[in-house]
Design a protein around this ligand. Structure first.
Ligand SMILES: CC(C)(COP(=O)(O)OP(=O)(O)OC[C@H]1O[C@@H](n2cnc3c(N)ncnc32)[C@H](O)[C@@H]1OP(=O)(O)O)[C@@H](O)C(=O)NCCC(=O)NCCS
Length: 184
């Protein structure tokens, strides 16, 4: 499995991933009911360019994703994993990666909002050492973040280089198709 930043032109993969979630998973992911395809389209279209979308690829398919939005010293994370790829540690790894990258942007706390009956997310938050505040059906989980260090920075740099090389390889494959048309 490969976890890397999604490039802007890959956002439709994120849309498709979110639209594969069942109605109840959508409710868990967005902490409110009736999340239609239109809501998902508007949500992704509204993601700021400097927000981070991490994608987890398994067999070249987007199997999970984390959106990290920054507000002052707070980094808010929303995570989802395709049902077929759950319970393999992908959710936990997306969170760990998101927290390292949030540290690199000098965020001091990681935050996620979920519903109190979201057993998987609550279990995940506990496992990650998050402090959970529960109130009338919702749970807010916080994790204090340390300042960036060599490991957090080198992690982001190495994943970034991997992404650039993959993107470059994709461009070259596309160009080869344009410059060297196949014979009929
Ligand atoms: C929450 C979610 C992201 C977890 O993804 P995942 O890849 O299955 O999580 P992991 O495999 O990393 O599991 C993390 C821990 O949670 C526990 N867990 C997972 N599903 C669970 C469940 N249904 N009930 C109780 N615990 C559960 C696992 O036991 C695991 O701990 P372990 O490794 O010690 O066994 C996934 O269920 C999901 O996408 N749900 C819908 C969207 C959502 O709820 N997002 C969260 C709100 S932003």
């Amino acid at each position: 499995m490969l976890i890397r930043k999604l490039l802007t032109h890959e956002r439709p993969l994120f849309v498709a991933h979110l639209k594969r979630l069942t109605p109840s998973d959508r409710q868990f992911r967005f902490a409110h009911a009736h999340v239609s395809d239109d809501v998902i389209d508007r949500y992704v279209a509204g993601i700021a360019m400097d927000d981070l979308i991490l994608g987890c690829f398994a067999d070249d398919q987007l199997a999970g994703a984390a959106h990290v939005a920054f507000a002052g010293d707070l980094a808010e994370v929303g995570v989802s994993v395709d049902p077929d790829h759950r319970a393999q540690g992908i959710g936990a790894e997306l969170f760990r990666r998101a927290s390292r990258w949030a540290r690199n942007r000098h965020a001091e706390r990681l935050y996620t909002l979920c519903q109190t009956d979201n057993r998987a997310m609550i279990a995940l938050a506990v496992k990650l050492g998050m402090v959970i505040h529960r109130e009338s059906g919702t749970a807010e989980a916080f994790l204090a973040l340390a300042p960036p260090d060599l490991l957090t920075v080198s992690d982001e740099v190495s994943v970034g280089m991997n992404t650039v090389f993959r993107d470059w390889a994709d461009v070259m494959r596309t160009c080869r198709g344009v410059w060297l048309p196949t014979r009929t």
